[in-house]
Design a protein around this ligand. Sequence first.
Ligand SMILES: Cc1cc2nc3c(=O)[nH]c(=O)nc-3n(C[C@H](O)[C@H](O)[C@H](O)COP(=O)(O)OP(=O)(O)OC[C@H]3O[C@@H](n4cnc5c(N)ncnc54)[C@H](O)[C@@H]3O)c2cc1C
Length: 665
Amino acid sequence: MAQPLSHVSAPDLIPDSASRYVVVGGGPVGARVATTLAASAKSARVVLLSFERFDPYNRVKLTPLLAGDVQFGEISSPDIDVAHPNLTLRTGLRATEIDRDQKFVRSADGQVWPYDKLVLATGSRAFVPGITGRDLSGVFTFRSAEDVSALLARSIRARQVVVIGGGLLGLEAARGMQRRQSQVTVIEHESRIMPRQLDPAAGALLAQEIEALGVAVRTGVAVSEIRGTDRVESIHLADGSHIPCDTVIVCTGVRANIDLAKSSRLAFGRGITVDDRMCSSDPYIYAVGECAEHKQTMQGLVGPGFEQADIAVAQILGRDTRYRASAPATKLKVIGAEVFSVGEIEQLEVAAKTQSHIWQDAHGYRRIFVQQGKLVGAIAVGGWAQASRVQSAVQQGASVYPWMVYRFRRHGFLWPEGEEDMSQMADAATVCNCTGVTCGRLRAAIAEGADSPAALGVATGAGNVCGGCQPLLQELVSAGAPPEPVRLFRPILALSAMAALLTLMLGLLPPVPFPQGFDADSLRVWLWQDNIIRQWSGFLLLGTTLAALLIGLRKRLRFMDRLGRYDGWRMVHLAVGALAAFGLIAHTGLRAGSNLNLALFVLFTLTLVMGAVSGLATGGDHLLRARRLSSARKPARRLPTWLHILAVWPLPVLILTHVLASYAY
Ligand SMILES: Cc1cc2nc3c(=O)[nH]c(=O)nc-3n(C[C@H](O)[C@H](O)[C@H](O)COP(=O)(O)OP(=O)(O)OC[C@H]3O[C@@H](n4cnc5c(N)ncnc54)[C@H](O)[C@@H]3O)c2cc1C
């Protein structure tokens, strides 16, 4: 295990080939990097320096902890293995200096930690603006387990609480304190609450819902002063009014912890500047999570932080994967009202060439943003069963067609109602926002035996952070393992492609002219002037039609089960179909004829075309399944299969009539 140089010289303990990694910051993102690196190789030696005095914990769970839904012992994350033999965890220890030339980190106790690769995951701290009175007793922030333990102690005697800041955290802090029997007022200086995630109408609706829960909300007014002698007594607002209170919680945003990076002359802006590999301006130092600034953007959610952690680890281990920031997505969980927001809503509201569409009824409000036909953002206040699918559509830049906009404006749904259950969700869709686990990965875990949300959590990490996706995990487990591809799907594809080619000939090639006189070539004379041969090609056609019909029945009539497996017979059905296409060409010479013959030709061609398309769709669907790429959406073969069945049934009657007519005249 790696040791500080002040205790023992590193080469005594660390094998020459061992990679020495130091991670600064034991928040969720730093802990993920450290755990993954420790598990990456037997010889890996990882040191995690964490300023907080607790073992790494799940910061997201501070909200339910404040609200009383979980206890202190329940906020640790099952994903973090602090006891891993390759990992040295030092809590309550601040990293104070990086020597980039000699490649070591110095900690506050003077110890020196050498590294081959260093990862900075120093996160953020609560930002407290310079309001007069901010140092009074009774003023709190809401960022760390320390803050929450202070707030929990305070909640016993807090009667009147003012929360400064109506963003996500401010609202959650307000609701948490209100559930502990305090009277709570939220002050937001912008014109609406959650201004980064919601538009004015959604903000107003949410404010109404929050007020109905018993939390007062005041927007469009700034705090000018916190007053009190030695402890908080009231808060004074810019409009001249004041609110008596004994507790103030400041939730006015965060600032990245970049002092260490600054003093070691790494490039920085609002955060530590990183490229697509999460690498800082020093090739041996990476930065991830809330302290990192990628393309002038800072992330404030745990999901993107984990994504960055995985990229940095991959890069350190020699795999060249790149970070592509995905649109931020938020679902509020504690406040009691359902709120959903995906995309950069504040920017989208003023962006050029952006259309937005709104649906509203007495219970909910939904708005979508579309740029050049692509879905780029969405907001909802009130439940929206399609929210997860919308989120995945935004993150994949999915197209929005006019009929979807029409449906949305009329009914509030982008896809037909009922298509929102998990079985309809594409494999690429993200189910767990915090860990970025997709539907496909969860389905694969279910196929490998995970049979409960807890087992899925162990297998994939989904549901272990905020827990908001637990109902979706339960739904997926209930739906069971994804279907396996059928046997012989590749031959199905090949035969269907051949049938499709033949039927294309029927539609696209010009009719073969009738042979004229004796100089015509013998094949054409033989095929179309010899009555016996024409009768034979006709009977071949009738025979193949009846055979294909009977084989098609095999799937639908149970008593035919004893005739062998259906997928084998499906191959025969396809082969017979391809033979029928030959028969039709041989019998007609691609001449459609008129009246009954024309009807017969058109219906036959339609039957063959739809059969070939259905075969291609079936083979394609199973190919996607085999590659774990297919959604569980309604299979694309349904429509062509039904058209194939509808077209085939009149054929025997028409053929019979054609035969009788041929013999009669
Ligand atoms: C109450 C609350 C609720 C939240 N809810 C959600 C949610 O529902 N969904 C969501 O996606 N996100 C949520 N977030 C945000 C999420 O917690 C953060 O995005 C995430 O914690 C960022 O992780 P991080 O590891 O980058 O930074 P941090 O969690 O800030 O961790 C950084 C750590 O580094 C330590 N550190 C800093 N400097 C040094 C140093 N020099 N030496 C040693 N240690 C140092 C800090 O003390 C801290 O422990 C919530 C945040 C809070 C506070």
